[in-house]
Design a protein around this ligand. Structure first.
Ligand SMILES: NC(=O)c1ccc[n+]([C@@H]2O[C@H](COP(=O)([O-])OP(=O)(O)OC[C@H]3O[C@@H](n4cnc5c(N)ncnc54)[C@H](O)[C@@H]3O)[C@@H](O)[C@H]2O)c1
Length: 246
């Protein structure tokens, strides 16, 4: 990839899947410090160790954080700023799939769980990041005071076909389109079981490219959205779904 990034990045969901791949892609392309945030400490530690071994020049910090909890988010952002001095790139990637259930059978608890993480969690992180970025000096028109990319979904721009039964996931992902990437199916743990069982095969057949994305095919788009190459984009929802929604 030819896009380059500079400075420091804060990545939620940074322990696994798209968040982890994005951390590695940014490390490969110029980032100097990474704050990785995730609820799962085990994957966070493994990702930190892998990045440290492959990119020893990149400063790495991990924070066990629940993005759905205000205090937890504020604490992670505050400690990142104490350590790194600034946050230049914020990537909100933490998310859950929820339990597929038709709307009329869904409990309030299940609805709330997905909205709390996938929508309120993104907003809480975005709010804390914007408050911090507004205090930072502008680095010029291409880099500004910082940038934020949210990881939405192709189900954040259109509705999923019937069999998915994920009204909570779809509602949450529609609400977070501010320079967002909207991936189709990506081969990561969030749908790992369904891929293994073969239950996703009909969906891959409906995808013109005929397969799920490899995680690097998404982290490369996030690299572009994190770089000065996307400096005139604002409020865009970039779909990378192998043609599924065409
Ligand atoms: N994989 C796909 O097919 C696909 C498609 C479209 C969009 N997405 C979106 O991409 C994002 C990343 O998903 P992924 O595919 O990498 O899955 P993943 O399960 O590998 O990664 C998600 C990470 O988020 C973390 N997380 C979950 N809840 C959290 C919370 N409350 N606080 C902090 N961290 C939390 C998990 O521990 C995990 O490490 C999600 O927002 C997902 O909705 C994924």
């Amino acid at each position: 990839m030819t896009f380059q990034v500079k400075g420091t990045a804060f990545i939620t969901g940074g322990g696994s899947g798209i968040g982890k791949a994005t951390a590695i892609t940014l490390a490969e392309n110029g980032i100097s410090a990474l704050a990785l945030v995730d609820l799962n400490l085990i994957v966070l530690e493994a990702t930190r160790d892998e990045i440290k071994a492959r990119y020893p020049h990149v400063q790495g910090k991990i924070f066990k954080t629940n993005v759905a909890e205000e205090e937890s988010v504020e604490d992670a952002v505050c400690k990142t700023v104490e350590l790194f001095g600034s946050i230049d790139i914020g990537i909100n990637c933490a998310g859950i799939s929820g339990t597929p259930t038709p709307t009329h059978l869904m409990s309030l608890l299940e609805w709330q769980k997905v909205i709390d993480v996938n929508q309120t969690g993104v907003w809480l992180c975005q709010r804390a990041l914007i408050r911090q970025m507004l205090k930072q000096e502008s680095k010029g028109i291409r880099e500004g005071r910082g940038l934020i990319v949210n990881v939405s979904s192709m189900f954040g721009v259109g509705g999923p076909p019937g069999p998915f039964r994920i009204p909570h996931y779809t509602a949450a992902k529609h609400g977070i389109l501010i320079n967002a990437i909207c991936p189709g199916f990506v081969d990561t743990p969030i749908i790992g079981e369904q891929i293994k069982s073969g239950s996703m095969n009909p969906q891959f057949e409906m995808t013109p490219i005929g397969r799920p994305a490899q995680v690097e095919e998404i982290s490369d788009v996030l690299l572009f959205l994190s770089s000065p190459g996307s400096s005139y984009m604002c409020g865009a929802a970039l779909v990378a779904d192998g043609g599924y929604t065409v």
